[in-house]
Design a protein around this ligand. Structure first.
Ligand SMILES: C[S@@+](CC[C@H](N)C(=O)[O-])C[C@H]1O[C@@H](n2cnc3c(N)ncnc32)[C@H](O)[C@@H]1O
Ligand SMILES: [Zn+2]
Length: 268
C-alpha cells in the first residue's frame, strides 16, 4: 500500500494479498475492511476513542449538524490541494471529514488517514474505499519525512514535531479547533458553572499563517438520541458525574452554540 511506511524501520511497504511487508520483512496484516494496524507497542496504552464514542460521533455527524464545517474544510482542501500529491488526515476518526475531502478531490491527491482508535479506523476505511487507512499514533507516524503535501488536523492531537517532520516544505497544514463558545449550551445544561474553551493564539513556529474561517452557528437538537450522541462524542461525558449526566438525559431538546476555527498554515 502506498503512502505509509514501515513503523519499525521506515522502509517502504509493498502489498501482498493480505499483508503489507517492508524490505526488512516486517509484516502487517490488512484487515477485511481494508485498514492496516501500524501501531507500535510503545503507543498501546492510548486506545483513542472507544467504540461508544466512535458510534456516537458517526451518528451525530450523520444528522448534518456540522455540514457547514465539512463544507468549509472541503473548500479549503480543494484550494490547497497539490495535484498528484498526498494528503494525510491525522486523527481522522470515523472518517466524516476524510470522506468529504475525498469527494471534493477525486483522484487529485492520494488520501491517507490515521487514528489510534481501531474502531474509528475500521469505520473510516469502510466508508472511504479510495483512501488508505492505518491504526497508528500521531506521535509516531508511519509516514516518510517530507512526504505529505496537505495535512489535516481536525479536533485531533497536536503532535507538532511529527507534523513538521512529515509535511514537506511549502506544504499546507489545515487545523480545525473549537472556539470559546463551542457547545456552551451543552455545558450549561450539564454543569452548575460552565466554562468557555481556551483558544491559543494562531501563531505556529515554522509556519506562515495563510487563511482562516471562523464559523459560529446555533444548533437545536430535537431528540434525546441526538443530545446523547453529541454528549458521548465529547470528552465531557467521561469526566462528568452521574448527577450531571442525568440532567442531560432528561432533556428532550437542546439549543447550543457551535464555534470553529479552520486555519491553514504553510510550512516554511
Ligand atoms: C475529537 S476526535 C476527532 C475525529 C475526527 N477528526 C473528526 O473530527 O470527526 C479525536 C480523534 O483523535 C484520535 N486520537 C487520540 N489520540 C491519538 C493519537 N495519539 N494518535 C492518533 N489519533 C489519536 C481519537 O481516537 C479520535 O478519533
Ligand atoms: Zn520494516
Amino acid at each position: 500500500m502506498s503512502g505509509f511506511c514501515c513503523p519499525v524501520c521506515g522502509e517502504a511497504l509493498t502489498s501482498t494479498p493480505k499483508t503489507l511487508v517492508c524490505a526488512n520483512r516486517h509484516s502487517f496484516d490488512v484487515a477485511k475492511s481494508g485498514y492496516v494496524s501500524l501501531l507500535q507497542t510503545s503507543s498501546r496504552g492510548n486506545h483513542g476513542d472507544n467504540p461508544q464514542m466512535v458510534a456516537a460521533r458517526r451518528a451525530f455527524l450523520e444528522t448534518g449538524a456540522y455540514a457547514h464545517l465539512r463544507d468549509a474544510i472541503g473548500d479549503l482542501a480543494e484550494r490547497y490541494a497539490t495535484d498528484g500529491g498526498t494528503l494525510l488526515d491525522s486523527g481522522c476518526g470515523e472518517g466524516y471529514y476524510t470522506a468529504a475531502v475525498l469527494e471534493r478531490l477525486g483522484a487529485r491527491m492520494e488520501v491517507l488517514g490515521l487514528d489510534i482508535s481501531k474502531s474509528a479506523v475500521r469505520l473510516a476505511a469502510k466508508r472511504c474505499k479510495q483512501g488508505h487507512f492505518a491504526v497508528a499514533s500521531a506521535f509516531h507516524m508511519p509516514v516518510k519525512d517530507g512526504s505529505i503535501d496537505l495535512l489535516l488536523q481536525i479536533f485531533s492531537p497536536d503532535s507538532a514535531s511529527e507534523f513538521a517532520r512529515v509535511l514537506r516544505r511549502g506544504g499546507a497544514l489545515l487545523e480545525c479547533i473549537p472556539g470559546r463558545r463551542h457547545l456552551y449550551g451543552l455545558k450549561a445544561a450539564v454543569y452548575d458553572t460552565p466554562y468557555e474553551n481556551e483558544v491559543s493564539p494562531f501563531e505556529k513556529s515554522g509556519y506562515r499563517f495563510l487563511e482562516q474561517r471562523h464559523l459560529m452557528r446555533e444548533i437545536t437538537l430535537e431528540t434525546p438520541e441526538d443530545i446523547r450522541n453529541l454528549f458521548w462524542m465529547t470528552p465531557y461525558y467521561y469526566k462528568t458525574g452521574a448527577r450531571e449526566q442525568k440532567r442531560l438525559e432528561e432533556r428532550t431538546a437542546l439549543t447550543t452554540e457551535t464555534e470553529f476555527y479552520v486555519t491553514v498554515y504553510q510550512k516554511l
